[in-house]
Design a protein. Structure first.
Length: 638
C-alpha cells in the first residue's frame, strides 16, 4: 500500500496535519518512533558489550573510540540532515538515515570476521570505522524524527506526541544495558548490532508504505560549503574536548590548541558563508528569533547538565555505593522513570493548557533543586535517598525533552522547521560534549586534591608496614589520567590480603631468626638481632651472653619471645584492618566530595538555563483549526 500523496502546486507546502487521517498518522508515528528507538538504543546497548568486544578483538587501546566516533559522526550531521529534510522532504532523508544505520549495524556485527581480512586495519579498527557509518545514519534518525511531529500534527497536538519521543529515549536507557548484557552473555556480542536489522526493516516498511514525502516547499538549493564548514568546525572541537577531558593529550598540547584554532577559523568562515548564501545550512536569521535563540541557549545548558548527571551518578554508585558497573547502569532506572513521567506528562499538560513556558520553568526549577539535593551526596547516603534524588531530577529534566523542540517548531516558518529542530538538537549535543569535558576536568582536579588530603591523613597514622603501600597508591592515583583516576577503584579486600600476607611473612622471618639465635645459637642470626634497633634490650643482653645461659633459660626465653611475637602479629593485623578501613573510607569521601562539587556546579548551569527560558516570549499554542496552519506555524516571530 502506497502512502497518500496530497497534491502540490509548485513549491507550496501541504498541511499534512489536515490531509492525513489519524490512523495513517499513528502508523507513520510508530515507524518514526521505532527508528528513533534504534538510534537511542545503540548508545546504551553497546556499552555493556564493549569489554567483551575489546577482549575478543584485542583492541583495548581503541575502546573509547567505539563510542566517540559514533557520537562524533552523529552530532556533526544533525544540522545537515535537518536542512536537507526541509529541501527534499522528511521521508527520503529519514529512509536514507535508516538504511545507512542498518548497513553500519550489519558491518559492526561482522567486524573482525575472517572474511573481512585486514580491511581498515582489521579487528577493533573495523568496528570503529563501521560505528562511524552507524553514526552517519543515526544523525538523520534523531534530527528528522522530531521535525516529522510538526508535519503530522497541529500545534496544539504536538506537545502530546513530543512527550513520546522523550519516553523513547528513557525506555532505551533501561532496555539497552539489560538487552546488551543478555545478548553478550547468552548469544554473542555481534547480536548487539544484528538486533537492529529486523527492527529497522519494520520501521522502513511503515515509513515506505504510509509516510508521504513531507516536503516543506523550500526550493532545492543546497549549501555544500556551509555543510563542509560546519563539519570542519565541529569535528576538531569535539575531538579536542574528548581528548582533553580524558587526558589523552594535555589541554596545552600543540595538537589540542591547533584543533581549537581550526575550529575558530572554520566557525568564522561558516558565519561568513551562511550570511551570504540564499539557502544556508543554518540561517543566521533564526538567531533574531527570540524563541529560537533562547531555546538554543537553554538546550545547550541542559545538555551539559543532563549528561553530567547520568555519567557522574553512575560513577558515584560504583565508587561510593559499591555496586557493579552493570548494576550502576540499571540503577539509573529511577532517573529514567522520572524522565518519562516528566516528558509525557508535560506534553499532555501543554497540549491541554495551550502553554509551555510555565511548564519549562517549573521543570528547570525542580531540576535545580534536584541538583542541589544531589550535591549533598556523601559516603553514608542511603541508597533509597539516592533513588529519590534521581526520580526528582528526572521529573525536572523530563519537560526539557519535548517542550523546547515544540517552542522552536512553533516559532519558525514551516520551511525552517527541519533546520530549527535539528539545530536545537545539535546545540544540546554540543553542550553535552563540552559539559562532559568541563566536568571531567573538575573531577580530575578536585579528586586529586581530595585523595592527596584524605589519604595523606591516613598515611600519617598508619603502621610502617602499610605506609609505603598507602603512599604508593596515593602517588599512582594522583599521577594517573583523569579517566583512569575516575575509573580506578579501591579494592580494600585485595589490599587487606596483601597487607596481612606481608605482616605474617615478616613475623615468620622474625620467628625463624629468633629460633635460630636462641635454640641453635646461629652466629648470623645473633648478629642480625643485635644489629636490629627494634630488638628488645632484654633479648639483646641475653644474646650477648648466649654461651653462658643455661639451656632451660634459653628455652624459656624462646617460648616467651615467640608468644609475644604472636600477640604482636595479631595486633598488627588488627591495626592493618583498621587502617585499610580508614583508607577505604577516605577513598569514598574523596569521590563523594568531588562528585558533589560537580552537582553544585550543575545547579548554576540549571539556573542559567532557567534564566534563558525566562527570556522566551510567553506565547500560547492555538487550538486546532485556528489561523492558517498550512501557511504559517503556530506563532511565528518575524
Amino acid at each position: 500500500m502506497t502512502a497518500p500523496q496530497p497534491p502540490t502546486i509548485g513549491n507550496e507546502r501541504i498541511d499534512y496535519a489536515e490531509v492525513l487521517d489519524q490512523r495513517t498518522k499513528m502508523l507513520i508515528l510508530f515507524g518514526v518512533l521505532l527508528g528513533l528507538f534504534l538510534s537511542a538504543l545503540d548508545q546504551t546497548i553497546v556499552a555493556t558489550a564493549l569489554p567483551r568486544v575489546a577482549k575478543e578483538l584485542n583492541g583495548l587501546s581503541l575502546y573509547s573510540w567505539v563510542t566517540t566516533i559514533y557520537l562524533l559522526t552523529n552530532t556533526v550531521t544533525v544540522p545537515i540532515y535537518g536542512k536537507l529534510s526541509d529541501i527534499y522532504g522528511r521521508k527520503p532523508v529519514l529512509l536514507f538515515g535508516i538504511v545507512v544505520f542498518l548497513i553500519g549495524s550489519a558491518l559492526c556485527g561482522m567486524a573482525g570476521e575472517p572474511f573481512l581480512g585486514n580491511f581498515a586495519g582489521g579487528g577493533m579498527m573495523q568496528l570503529v570505522v563501521f560505528r562511524g557509518v552507524q553514526g552517519l545514519g543515526a544523525g538523520a534518525l534523531g534530527s528528522v524524527a522530531f521535525a516529522i511531529i510538526a508535519d503530522l500534527f497541529a500545534p496544539a497536538e504536538r506537545a502530546r506526541y513530543q512527550g513520546l519521543f522523550g519516553a523513547v529515549f528513557g525506555l532505551s536507557s533501561v532496555i539497552g544495558p539489560l538487552l546488551g548484557g543478555f545478548l553478550t552473555d547468552n548469544v554473542s556480542w555481534r547480536w548487539v548490532f544484528y538486533v537492529n536489522l529486523p527492527l529497522g526493516l519494520i520501521a522502513v516498511f511503515f515509513i515506505l508504505s504510509k509516510m508521504p514525502r513531507l516536503a516543506s516547499g523550500l526550493k532545492p538549493k543546497v549549501d555544500y560549503l556551509g555543510a563542509a564548514l560546519i563539519v570542519l568546525a565541529s569535528v576538531p572541537l569535539l575531538l579536542a574536548l574528548t581528548w582533553g577531558a580524558d587526558r589523552t593529550y594535555a589541554w596545552t598540547s600543540p595538537l589540542i590548541l591547533s584543533m581549537f584554532g581550526l575550529t575558530i577559523v572554520a566557525l568564522i568562515a561558516f558565519l561568513f558563508v551562511e550570511s551570504r548564501h540564499e539557502s544556508p545550512i543554518l540561517p543566521l536569521s533564526l538567531f533574531s528569533n527570540k524563541t529560537f535563540l533562547w531555546s538554543s541557549i537553554a538546550r545547550f545548558m541542559i545538555g551539559a547538565a543532563f549528561l553530567g548527571a547520568i555519567l557522574f551518578l553512575s560513577l558515584y554508585l560504583v565508587q561510593v555505593q559499591g555496586v557493579s558497573a552493570t548494576a550502576a547502569g540499571t540503577a539509573t532506572i529511577p532517573l529514567t522513570i522520572g524522565l518519562i513521567i516528566g516528558a509525557v506528562g508535560s506534553g499532555q499538560i501543554a497540549s491541554r493548557l495551550g502553554v509551555y513556558k510555565p511548564l519549562m520553568l517549573i521543570g528547570l526549577s525542580v531540576a535545580a533543586l534536584a541538583f542541589l539535593w544531589l550535591s549533598t551526596l556523601g559516603p553514608d547516603t542511603p541508597y533509597w535517598q539516592v533513588v529519590a534524588r534521581m526520580v526528582v531530577l528526572g521529573l525536572g529534566l523530563g519537560p526539557a525533552l519535548p517542550l523546547y523542540t515544540l517552542a522552536m517548531q512553533s516559532a519558525v516558518q514551516p520551511t525552517q522547521i527541519g533546520v530549527a529542530t535539528s539545530s536545537g538538537q545539535f546545540f544540546q549535543q554540543i553542550g553535552s560534549t563540552i559539559g562532559t569535558a568541563i566536568f571531567g576536568a573538575i573531577l580530575t582536579s578536585t579528586l586529586s586534591a581530595q585523595l592527596s588530603t584524605n589519604i595523606g591523613k591516613v598515611a600519617q597514622d598508619a603502621p610502617p608496614s602499610l605506609r609505603s603501600q598507602i603512599e604508593r597508591f596515593q602517588n599512582t592515583s594522583g599521577a594517573s589520567s583523569g579517566a583512569s583516576r575516575a575509573g580506578a577503584s579501591f579494592d580494600a579486600d585485595a589490599i587487606r590480603v596483601q597487607a596481612e600476607q606481608g605482616i605474617k611473612q615478616g613475623f615468620a622471618q622474625q620467628r625463624d631468626l629468633i629460633t635460630r639465635a636462641l635454640r641453635d645459637k646461629d652466629p648470623r642470626a645473633i648478629a642480625a638481632l643485635q644489629g636490629d634497633a627494634q630488638t628488645p634490650p632484654q633479648l639483646r643482653g641475653l644474646l650477648g651472653n648466649i654461651d653462658n645461659v643455661p639451656p632451660a633459660a634459653t628455652q624459656q626465653a624462646l617460648q616467651g619471645t615467640l608468644q609475644g611475637l604472636s600477640q604482636a602479629e595479631t595486633q598488627a593485623v588488627t591495626q592493618a584492618d583498621t587502617t585499610i578501613g580508614q583508607l577505604a573510607r577516605a577513598f569514598k569521601v574523596s569521590f563523594s566530595n568531588s562528585i558533589s562539587r560537580i552537582y553544585l556546579i550543575s545547579v548554576l548551569i540549571a539556573a542559567l538555563a532557567l534564566l534563558a527560558t525566562l527570556m522566551l516570549p510567553n506565547l500560547r499554542l492555538p487550538k486546532r483549526g485556528q489561523g492558517t496552519a498550512a501557511s504559517r506555524p503556530a506563532h511565528v516571530e518575524v
